[in-house]
Ligand binder design. Structure first.
Ligand SMILES: Nc1ncnc2c1ncn2[C@@H]1O[C@H](COP(=O)(O)OP(=O)(O)OP(=O)(O)O)[C@@H](O)[C@H]1O
Ligand SMILES: [Mg+2]
Length: 252
């Protein structure tokens, strides 16, 4: 069964793209046919997989507007079974240009119909605007990375409100896949506190795997590679592999 997972937190820099790229890559390594959708105008998932976003003629933006066939946007990455729908900065204009378009919340859902991948992962921008609504309307499941820091839980209430609104009005099948703690630092008690606090709110929806702060994870995008191909023995790699195992169990 085809499953669509949106990786979302409106807070910037919490590890959405790192999570989207590496979970997508480990799912592909586990034998799944995976499509990663770069749905953020910053294009970090595109460049993080070694694709030059300044050279993208037809990307997610053109696909949304129906200016190009969805299949023509797809790029096969160097990781077997992992495909990418790349983006470039033009996607930023979509928020404004689409405001008046009818059915504007369902453009991504419709554009993803032709793809037969088992799992589609959408890397969302750090905002709760029209692009994110499109991602939530298209998704079956929501994966929420939360950075282990003092203000981590702030903003989650607002995120959950948007989730509920979309579920009620646009996409009744939308569920939360889980919450994953990122940039965990075992030397600080704050990290453990954040994990415990999340468990209080989300119960068993919090993944056991926590993603450590790890320099190998931070440098992998500059090599255009998922961590599995950059340094598969690093702590960050092992954590994302573990997280992916838990996700696969949830999908069964
Ligand atoms: N576990 C980690 N350890 C160390 N650095 C990390 C880790 N996860 C992410 N980073 C780095 O932190 C920065 C932000 O991560 P990332 O781009 O994944 O966040 P994001 O939520 O997608 O950001 P944005 O909201 O801007 O899209 C990046 O430079 C990334 O390489
Ligand atoms: Mg990002």
């Amino acid at each position: 069964m085809k499953r669509i997972i949106a990786v979302l937190n409106q807070k910037g820099g919490v590890g959405k793209t790192t999570t989207a790229i590496n979970v997508a890559a480990y799912l592909a390594k586990a034998g799944k046919h995976v499509l990663l959708v770069d749905f953020d105008p910053q294009g970090n998932a595109t460049s993080g997989l070694g694709v030059d976003k300044t050279k993208i003629e037809s990307g997610v933006y053109e696909m949304l507007l129906g200016k190009t066939a969805p299949e023509r946007v797809l790029i096969e990455t160097e990781t077997p079974r992992l495909d990418l729908l790349p983006t470039n900065a033009r996607l930023a204009a979509a928020e404004i240009e689409l405001v008046e378009k009818s059915g504007r919340e369902l453009l991504l859902k419709n554009a993803l119909q032709p793809f037969g991948h088992e799992i589609i992962i959408i890397d969302c921008p750090p905002a709760l605007g029209l692009l994110t609504i499109n991602a939530l309307a298209a998704a079956d499941l929501l994966l929420i990375p939360v950075q282990a820091e003092y203000y981590a839980l702030e903003g989650l209430g607002q995120l959950l409100e948007v989730f509920q609104t979309v579920k009620q009005n646009l996409n009744t099948k939308l569920e939360i896949l889980g919450v994953v703690v990122t940039m965990f630092d075992s030397r600080t008690s704050l990290s453990t506190q954040v994990h415990d606090e999340l468990k209080k709110h989300f119960g068993d929806k919090v993944f056991n795997a926590v993603i450590p702060r790890n320099v190998r994870l931070a440098e992998a995008p500059s090599h255009g590679k998922p961590i599995a191909d950059h340094d598969k023995w690093s702590k960050g790699a092992r954590a994302y592999k573990q997280l992916t195992k838990e996700i696969i169990k949830c999908l069964q």
